[in-house]
Design a protein. Structure first.
Length: 71
């Protein structure tokens, strides 16, 4: 069972009447930004804290210093 062009046009017109142009535009913008964020997350070469030890360095910087420790 496949849809022809006529059926797709009828479905698009019904969706447009139900949601309106402003709602469809905001949905399209949200979907586009979600896809863009997903692509940038996937294309990052370095994982956050796998081999670089970035999380360990951040943890050391965030630890409160001991007032009795001179360094």
């Amino acid at each position: 069972m496949s849809f022809g062009i006529t059926e797709l046009i009828i479905i698009l017109v019904i969706v447009l009447l139900l949601f309106g142009t402003t709602k469809l535009k905001s949905l399209g913008n949200d979907l586009g930004s979600a896809i863009k964020g997903f692509r940038t997350a996937v294309s990052d070469d370095k994982p956050a804290d796998a081999d670089t030890g970035e999380s360990a360095e951040l943890a050391k910087k965030q630890e409160p210093k001991d007032p009795k420790d001179p360094g």
